[in-house]
Design a protein around this ligand. Sequence first.
Ligand code: P6P
Length: 338
Amino acid sequence: MMAFKTLGQFIIEKQADFPYAKGELSRLLRDIGIAAKIINREVNKAGLVDILGENGDHNVQGEAQKKLDVYADEQFIEALTRGGECCYIASEEHEECIEISVKNLASNGKYMVCMDPLDGSANIDLNVSVGSIFSIYRRKILDVPVSEEEILQYGHEQIAAGYVIYGSSTMLVYTTGKGVNGFTLDPSIGEFCLSHPDMKVPVDGKSYSVNEGNYLKFPQYIKDYIKYCQEEDSDTFRPYTSRYIGSMVADIHRTLITGGVFLYPETSSYPNGKLRLLYECNPMAFIIEQAGGKAVSGTERVLGIKPLSLHQRTPIVIGSKNMVNKVLSFMDKAQESI
Ligand code: P6P
């Protein structure tokens, strides 16, 4: 039986990538892995334990909060607090940031985490894959109290980003800017083991992923692109397959592995797109770019968008480089015709 390298061994091994690292980032990634294992245990038995259904509360998005959402949020906050490397958390489940501070500033954590503790929550009761998404920034000034504008950094300033997908198996996929690696949880030993080293997005794909129920609300260039996907052309493997799970982590994970393009464009109901910049689009864009893919809002690179607020939304087109560029060519054509 091949002995897999565990997440912990891999993180320590890669610590050498950061000449000045004293282990803080390694410990922070370890803390996230611990929370993921605890959440995985509950997600896997959600159908059995009275943890499904709504707890009567609502989160800042006004969405009915599922108990598992709250549980996942609590587990990440607890693990990050206990680990001591993180001083500030922006979570989808909280309107304001959570400060984790100890008495003297000097011993506070140097890192800040943006997270969606359980993305795709509408699918929880349907037994469809859900996931956790995280994005890590480093503080730039250490001797002053942390504040919200410090976490509003460009996506290209991320130190690390990753997701956990709770699916047919549980995987943790992350990047620290030196490529993307995937780890599969081996329940028999309770460890994430390196199963997908150096992940790369195929430059082309044969599937597109978009909620076509919004078709009438899309801008014309997106409608034109969807029609392009459905045309018969064997040279470009069209018509493409349509695959949409409605859980961003699952849709992006498939795109990372098989290639393809995922789109959540602006619509008349979501003029700035639906997905959140800080804890959905930026981490996924960092991962996909590190794997050789591309992620744009339409008008600009996702990682180049200046965040102005914690729960800011952005449109997103992300995946195989050639397919994202094709979408952009439809946008350019539409703009020329104005
Ligand atoms: P729609 C889940 O609620 C989520 O935030 C993402 O995980 C997913 O990609 C998107 O919303 C689905 O949105 O409007 O297609 O149901």
